[in-house]
Ligand binder design. Sequence first.
Ligand code: CP
Ligand code: NVA
Length: 334
Amino acid sequence: PPSHFITTADYSADQLFNLVDRAIQLKVESKYQYPQSSRERPLTGKTLALLFSKLSTRTRVATESSVAYLGGHAMFLGSRDIQLGVNESLLDTSRVVSSMVDGIMARVGEHDEIELLAKESKVPVINALSAKYHPTQILADLMTLHEHIHHLQQGKKDQYTAHTQHPSETLPGTKVAWVGDANNILQEMLVSFPKLGMHLSAACPQDYRCDQDVVDLAKNDSKVTGTDLVFTTNPQEAIKGADVVVTDTWISMGQEEEKTKRLQDFAGYQVTMDMVEKAGAKLDWSFMHCLPRKSEEVDDEVFYSDRSLVFPEAENRKWTIMAVIDALMVNGRI
Ligand code: CP
Ligand code: NVA
């Protein structure tokens, strides 16, 4: 059976560090080292189908431009373009599409949809977001943190040297604070950060809880690596001593009808300078957000400040997605 990329929970710390390292190498080759003409095009003649049942800017642009760079063809199949969901089941669609393409990148609703797709597919399947997990986002977050920590250690940022250090040298020991919803982004962090030796404190409002299997995995990993893992309803408690504060929308795709209730339940969770500084984050704390962003969860002052890593984080979706595609469609495994 083909290898898939459904969640980072399926891969070891070494595999994840190496995937991030590969993304950094691809970035430096593409942006700083080699002229366009001399590069290899390992996906010549190959097609990656993008089966997206929800909207996307970053994931779509990152994927289509990566496949073009590698010499292949990306075929976008949105929910209004194909029979899926209207005249045809996911099972039949997976069998048909996977018989004609070399890979599938899918953005789905419930997580069991991507699991079914992977089970039925004859070609590698990449999870482009499900209600439970968002693995390619968390790779980009790791890459962004690696670059940031590397720059802090070097004391300068005027030259791209992040590829001279391995992510296993920068990321372990980092303290991440999450302030927000118990959603796919937090869950993907939970199944990777503790395993990578990173500390994670998550503040979510009362009654917003992660899936029990995800919490169990995180607890087990944090025990093995000896890292701190904290769940709280108090944002200040999560932020204390943090290197990086992370949030996301309070209303994920598909939850639009819960908007009024959610805005009430998340009162006091907006990330602001005042909140983070009063809570006692590290002096050089930084901010991350997967985007798209609303001002409810983070104000403009933080979002557009020098502390904010959100735009490099968005760009890094491209290099990390390229690394995953390269691993699965060129080498056949992560
Ligand atoms: N962060 C992210 O997945 O963005 P898109 O929904 O725009 O792809
Ligand atoms: N939690 C958000 C992430 C969007 C990239 C959602 O699922 O809509």
